[in-house]
Design a protein around this ligand. Structure first.
Ligand SMILES: NC(=O)C1=CN([C@@H]2O[C@H](COP(=O)(O)OP(=O)(O)OC[C@H]3O[C@@H](n4cnc5c(N)ncnc54)[C@H](OP(=O)(O)O)[C@@H]3O)[C@@H](O)[C@H]2O)C=CC1
Ligand SMILES: O=C(O)CCC(=O)C(=O)O
Length: 520
């Protein structure tokens, strides 16, 4: 296993080292990984800045080919899934699927580039004879914002890490990327980083298009966000980590945006007709979504809200029976496991909370034992601690006395990635009354499904009001993620020879355009 980090086309080793641990055993894995220094961060950022103009100026087809080549190189990387398994404790099927999602999203961004709408070319033709004043020739397009810092996430070693959604959308926009790999999976990060490095070379791009820095110290990430050449940040992780990066970014002489996806408890609202018709099936499906991947999804259903009734009781009983059978699964790191146990302990210690069930106990390191709690609507409203994210397979069922109380429970919650409705036709009238509040609270509202498993597509929103994210105007999954790394530029009366290709008269790139307010 290669223990280097990557600065442009170079692999750097030597100096201080750190190791990855197998969370299933807490044993150190084979390789010593070189720790990057703040000087390496500066080198990577300088190279990214050098690469910026040539990379953003590539024809869309050339950048699309680069994204396709990154996907091909990842697929051709031997041992990637095995290394990710060893470093994360996640099973083979999950990581094979995640590799597919990672390559799929790179290729989707390639398709988006070829379709051309991302550039948002808008032309207002000159109106020299307009009275009382003539109108100038105005041409708008979007350009890349500059080099982007990406923080790999612990819970998706592939799809939200080195070549994950943040990197894919930044590359698609034309932004070089300096990635800080998550210290829990450095080997996986190097393998993917090498694949990107190979694609940069194959496509004849400037080496500064990509660098990977590695190390377990906060100072590295802080130096990266502080670097004046970095113009935006993509992050998935803890609320504390995301907020620390937001603060650093806002205190720079030139503040920059941080797109941090942080914490969410993803409320699920159970409506009475649906509960009566299929409460048992819902109870089982709920536990399936809750315990998948040891609950280590930011979309995990952490709270279920319904009207106190025999149907809700039997839903809760079915869920409790299913949860008792849930086998403990290895969590990503010992720190994440310890945080989970602490969160479960805090909930179970609340006088207003009843523990309904715990998953099966297991032997071995870092096994997350599922937990199901229940409380009343009033207690949930009165005690904000009950609404804190517990990252892992823990969830609470909230029993309300009326729809008004359901509304108050929802109104008291912070911003969310998702809100799920379990409803039948007879429930639609009550659900409709809550829809405006749900829109204020969440980035995605879904019916009769479960929030885990995010589709990577054109319409997806994986975002939401704080603390789900630090910027609710956008998404970190799906093609709209490219918007985070683009900004508009308007060219007024520039001679055709000076105009960039996307906005030239004659449309040499054949991009879709809006001309004088009409789509062409
Ligand atoms: N909602 C969600 O989707 C997720 C939530 N979490 C939560 O986060 C907890 C910790 O997990 P983890 O994945 O390590 O997430 P963290 O937020 O702790 O770390 C993610 C990345 O951010 C960096 N970072 C964190 N804090 C700072 C800081 N103050 N300054 C500079 N860089 C920083 C870390 O670097 P370094 O290693 O140097 O600290 C790491 O590279 C979990 O127990 C869980 O509660 C985690 C993953 C996803
Ligand atoms: O559920 C998913 O597919 C995405 C989850 C996610 O973004 C996360 O856990 O960080």
């Amino acid at each position: 296993m290669d223990g280097s980090f990557l600065i442009g086309s170079h692999a750097v080793s030597g100096g201080e080292t750190f190791q990855a641990f197998d969370p299933a055993t807490n044993e150190a894995l084979d390789t010593d990984f070189a720790v990057s220094t703040v000087e390496h961060v500066a080198q990577a950022c300088a190279l990214a800045d050098d690469a910026f103009d040539s990379f953003r100026d590539l024809d869309p087809e050339a950048r699309a080919t680069f994204l396709d080549t990154v996907a091909d190189e990842i697929e051709a990387t031997d041992g990637l899934v095995e290394r990710a398994m060893a470093e994360s404790g996640l099973p083979e099927a999950r990581l094979t699927g995640e590799r597919g999602r990672t390559c799929g999203q790179l290729r989707l961004f390639a398709k988006l580039l070829r379709q051309g709408r991302w550039a948002n070319v808008v032309v207002d033709n000159a109106m020299p004879d307009r009275k009382p004043l003539p109108r100038a020739d105005l041409r708008q397009r979007r350009i890349a914002v500059g080099p982007v810092a990406v923080f790999g996430a612990s819970n998706f070693p592939l799809a939200f890490s080195v070549a994950g959604g943040d990197t894919a959308s930044a590359f698609a926009a034309g932004c070089p990327v300096v990635c800080k790999g998550h210290p829990a999976h450095p080997g996986t990060s190097v393998l993917v980083g090498r694949a990107i490095q190979a694609a940069v070379k194959k496509c004849g791009l400037h080496e500064g298009v990509f660098s990977l820095i590695q190390g377990p110290a906060n100072e590295l990430g802080a130096a990266l966000v502080r670097d004046p050449r970095i113009k935006a940040v993509g992050f998935t992780g803890s609320r504390g980590g995301g907020l620390a990066l937001v603060e650093i970014a806002q205190n720079r002489p030139e503040p920059i945006p941080v797109y941090a996806e942080m914490s969410s408890i993803n409320p699920v609202l159970l409506f009475p007709a649906a509960l009566a018709a299929r409460g048992e099936a819902m109870g089982k499906a709920y536990v399936g979504s809750l315990t998948m991947g040891s609950g280590q999804f930011c979309t995990n259903p952490g709270v279920v809200v319904g009207l106190d009734s025999p149907d809700l009781d039997s839903f809760a009983q079915t869920a409790a029976d299913a949860l008792v059978e849930a086998q403990p699964q290895v969590m990503l790191t010992s720190g994440i496991h310890a945080n989970y146990d602490k969160g479960v302990e805090l909930l179970s210690g609340q006088s207003s909370v009843e523990t309904l069930a715990r998953g099966a106990e297991g032997t071995g390191c870092n096994r997350g034992r599922a937990a199901l709690f229940t409380t009343t609507g009033k207690a949930f409203i009165d005690n904000p601690e009950l609404a804190h994210e517990v990252f892992g397979a823990a969830s609470i069922i909230v029993k309300c006395q009326s729809f008004e109380e359901v509304r108050q429970v929802l109104a008291g919650m912070e911003g969310q990635l998702t809100i799920t409705l379990q409803l039948d036709d007879a429930d639609q009238e009550e659900a409709a009354k809550l829809l405006p509040l749900m829109e204020r609270k969440a980035g995605r509202i879904l019916a009769n499904g479960w929030p885990t498993g995010v589709e990577v597509s054109y319409a997806m929103v994986h975002g939401g009001p704080f603390p789900a994210t630090s910027d609710p105007r956008t998404t970190s999954v799906g093609t709209a993620a490219i918007e985070r790394f683009l900004r508009p530029v308007c060219y007024q009366d520039l001679p055709d020879a000076l105009l960039p290709k996307p906005v030239k008269h004659g449309n040499p790139l054949g991009l879709p355009r809006t001309v004088d307010g009409e789509q062409e």
